[in-house]
Design a protein around this ligand. Structure first.
Ligand code: NAP
Length: 494
């Protein structure tokens, strides 16, 4: 890759200063002793060499965040809110550039990337408003002559580790409430998507967020991770990513008894009952399953249909899946971008092959498109007739593959839907209100979309049960997550 080609990727940005490849520590842009490559999954082109600051950089960032915490926690919530609102404004003014970085780094369709930036910014706005509403309570006590009250105080330095599938929003969803609560941050983005994180740091700096409050460090997870999870000054680990890595970080954080907030993997059932409209349900499945090429934690992973609607649903889906166009995210006609890299294509293809070997029928797609399209592409795929014990049903697919299972009774459907260690999102399509109550109470999931294919918003609690995580992001719960509840008893009043 020549310097000229590297430059042309950067030139997509209207504001060239958003293209940063150094880490942001204590208000300075820091070089590393090594570097790593970032590539565009749509065409395999090298985008940038990004500095790897290693364990030393991580220690520097934790120390900076720790120093900054002493003043940031005492900054008026109104002042913190004003700075966050300024950051929010700058992000909205730069939506196109931030979206271009997302599409370049991880491939999603440009309009989806724009949607992500707006969604990510909404958490900053919400948290800024919420900063002014963090308060304690007074309470009755059994002791004569006393008064009791609680306060909510920022937990301290938060280390946050994020994935590549929402390289912008997974950072703002953690940082906005943490900063609003008075915490300071050290963020390690996924190595596939550091440029989006560093651009957020450029705008945080421009917004006037003080040095040391918001640090972004890039580099090898095995070097950075232990510093982030074990440094005594770090009081909380915020992680979004796979369940396997979440468990590892939880174990690392255990010795320091640090708080963990974990947003992990999912295996979402998308249930379509006989009384639903198959066309409406098919639209919902397309939105839930094929968005970001199926690489979201809340993607429909198993479509469970009652026999009375299954054929009509399959027909409605087939029409829609056949019409989906894979391609480069910058092409306006693209519906589905590439997967994150070629290993992901191989992994998805292995799941599809296993389904075929288990007797399932491939109704659409079912193969890589790497040769045809020149990047990490997989054909939009529709599968029917598999069994619920095959790999496709048991593991998170993280690709544009929908598979349909049939089950008859409510009890059978609930049993099938809950038969997984995950419990992040579930979807239920039905128009029967009594059934909605029965089934939403029986489904073991943190979020349930009833006749709604997308559940996340800045004002609502996002998170899972079982092995899908601990804690909630969004709404008042998202801010509370970054506070400690403290209690004071004052005696000797009477
Ligand atoms: P991943 O492999 O778990 O990686 C996530 C982040 O963890 C990356 O920054 C990664 O960096 C880092 N990491 C990995 N091993 C580490 C270690 N030993 N110490 C410190 N950091 C470490 O997940 P992914 O493949 O990027 O993302 C896909 C997963 O995220 C899916 O399971 C998806 O469901 C989940 N997800 C969940 C939510 C939610 O809200 N629940 C949202 C989005 C995604 P390296 O790559 O450098 O190792």
């Amino acid at each position: 890759m020549s310097v000229a080609e590297l430059t042309s990727a950067a030139e997509r940005l209207k504001d060239q200063s958003l293209w940063q490849t150094k880490s942001y520590i204590d208000g300075e842009w820091v070089e590393g002793s090594a570097s790593f490559a970032v590539t565009n999954p749509a065409n395999n082109a090298l985008l940038a060499d990004v500095a790897d600051v290693g364990a030393a950089g991580a220690r520097q960032a934790v120390a900076a965040a720790s120093r900054a915490f002493e003043t940031w926690k005492k900054t008026s919530p109104f002042q913190r809110a004003a700075l966050l609102m300024r950051w929010h404004q700058l992000i909205l003014e730069n939506v196109d550039d931030l979206a271009a970085l997302i599409t370049l780094e991880m491939g999603k369709a440009y309009r989806e990337a724009q949607g992500e930036v707006v969604y990510g910014a909404s958490f900053i706005e919400w948290s800024a408003e919420e900063a002014k509403r963090i308060h304690g309570e007074t309470m009755a006590t059994p002791f004569p002559g006393t008064r009791g009250w609680t306060t909510r105080q920022p937990i301290g330095v938060v280390a946050c580790i994020t994935p590549w599938n929402f390289p912008n929003a997974m950072i703002t969803r953690k940082c906005a409430p943490a900063l609003a609560a008075g915490c300071t941050m050290v963020i390690k983005p996924a190595p596939e998507t550091p440029l989006s994180a560093l651009a957020l740091a450029v705008l945080a700096e421009r917004a006037g967020i003080p040095k040391g409050v918001f640090n972004v460090i890039c580099g090898d997870a095995e070097q950075l991770g232990p510093v982030m999870t074990e440094a005594p000054d770090v009081r909380m680990i915020g992680f979004t990513g796979s369940t396997a890595v979440g468990k590892l970080l939880m174990r690392q954080a255990a010795d320091g008894v640090k708080r963990v907030a974990l947003e992990l993997g999912g295996n979402a059932p998308f249930i379509v009952m006989d009384d639903a409209d198959p066309e409406v349900a098919a639209d919902g499945i397309i939105a839930s399953k094929y968005r970001v090429s199926g690489q979201t934690c809340v993607s429909a992973n198993r479509i469970i249909a009652q026999p009375g609607i299954a054929d009509a649903l399959v027909a409605a889906l087939q029409k829609r899946v056949d019409a989906l166009k894979p391609g480069d995210g910058f092409d306006g006609s693209t519906d589905i971008g590439p997967l994150i890299h070629h290993e992901a294509v191989e992994r998805v293809d292995a799941l599809v092959k296993d389904a075929r070997d288990s007797g399932a029928t491939i109704l659409a797609g079912g193969k890589p498109l790497t040769d045809e399209l020149g990047g990490a592409f997989y054909a939009p795929t529709l599968i029917e007739g598999g069994n619920p014990s095959m790999d496709l049903a048991c593991f998170e697919i993280f690709g544009p593959v929908a598979s349909i299972y049939r089950a008859e009774t409510e009890d059978e459907i609930i049993k099938l839907a809950n038969d997984t260690p995950y419990g992040l999102a579930a979807y239920l399509y039905t128009n029967d209100v009594t059934r909605i109550h029965r089934m939403t109470e029986a489904l073991e999931y943190g979020m349930i979309g009833v006749n709604a294919p997308m559940v996340g918003a800045a004002s609502t609690p996002f998170g899972g049960v079982k092995e899908s995580g601990i804690g909630r992001e969004g709404g008042k719960w998202g801010v509370e997550e970054f506070t400690e509840l403290r209690y004071v008893l004052l005696g000797g009043i009477e």
